[in-house]
Design a protein around this ligand. Structure first.
Ligand SMILES: Cc1cc2nc3c(=O)[nH]c(=O)nc-3n(C[C@H](O)[C@H](O)[C@H](O)COP(=O)(O)OP(=O)(O)OC[C@H]3O[C@@H](n4cnc5c(N)ncnc54)[C@H](O)[C@@H]3O)c2cc1C
Length: 86
């Protein structure tokens, strides 16, 4: 679902039609999913997954910031709701 939605957003962007609410939906949903997947990967690898020396641990840390920068995901929800309610 995420891949299809992202492809759709890229198509819109290429046509100059990707509005900020749609971009916010992509940012919110996909980074949220990225964090859930990274968290499951850490769990699967047990203690090794948590260690900085292992790629899984680094992937988890890298994923976590995605929900914060470029506008936090809570702000994405606000932007989306403003468009939906407008
Ligand atoms: C590695 C990294 C790189 C960055 N690079 C850049 C960059 O290149 N350019 C740039 O301009 N900025 C950059 N930033 C800043 C980034 O955009 C901000 O960290 C981000 O917008 C969040 O702002 P804040 O840190 O002030 O958190 P805050 O706004 O203080 O948020 C703290 C918490 O409060 C919540 N919150 C805040 N307001 C609301 C609200 N209205 N409703 C609900 N919840 C709310 C947030 O969701 C979050 O959970 C970077 C940040 C990081 C970590």
């Amino acid at each position: 679902m995420g891949r299809v939605f992202m492809d759709y957003c890229v198509e819109l962007h290429n046509e100059g039609k990707c509005d900020s609410a749609t971009a916010s939906m992509a940012k919110y949903r996909l980074t949220d999913t990225q964090c859930k997947v990274a968290d499951e990967c850490v769990q699967l690898h047990g203690g090794y997954g948590y260690m900085w020396e292992y790629l899984v641990g680094r992937g988890f840390a890298d994923a976590r910031v995605q929900r914060i920068y470029a506008g936090t995901n809570e702000i994405m929800k606000e932007l989306i709701s403003r468009k939906v309610l407008a």
